[in-house]
Design a binder for this molecule. Structure first.
Ligand code: FES
Ligand code: FES
Length: 142
């Protein structure tokens, strides 16, 4: 009973060679950071986006996942999907059910792909909050 039999090869590929692993400078005004946890298992995922202020394009994405193989594969897959996307599209573009389908995750692993969806939303929210703050400061001429 090997895990290779239980998982679809696409999961294994993303798990063994995860794309876009790492960190972006959290302090950068152009970086949004999402940090989310899965209550079911305590696993944690950090996902960061670097956004072009002018165009709203996501220029870079990095993630770190302290979690199971399905969570790592899910985050790796979504970083590939949202790179180059407009930041406002990224919020709704990735559904955990689509990730699960693409990776053929078993039902017990659905929440692992949920982690990836939550992480993107959280990263976009953080970026939006930072931008909002910048605009307020600009308006107030701080
Ligand atoms: Fe615990 Fe996936 S979050 S099994
Ligand atoms: Fe925790 Fe998959 S088991 S994220």
């Amino acid at each position: 009973r090997t895990s290779a039999r239980l998982y679809h090869e696409k999961v294994i590929d993303h798990y063994e060679r995860p794309r876009n692993v790492g960190s972006l400078p959290k302090s950068s005004v152009h970086v949004g950071t999402g940090l989310v946890g899965a209550p079911a298992c305590g696993d944690v995922m950090k996902l960061q986006i670097l956004v072009d202020e002018e165009t709203g394009e996501i220029r870079d994405v990095k993630f770190k996942t302290f979690g199971c193989g399905s969570a790592i594969a899910s985050s790796s897959l979504v970083t590939e999907k949202i790179k180059g996307m407009k930041v406002w599209d990224a919020k709704t573009a990735v559904k955990n059910t689509d990730i699960a389908k693409e990776l053929r995750l078993p039902p017990v692993k659905l929440h692992c792909s949920m982690l990836a969806e939550d992480a993107i939303k959280s990263a976009v929210k953080d970026w939006e909050a930072k931008r909002e703050l910048r605009q307020q400061m600009k308006a107030a001429n701080v």
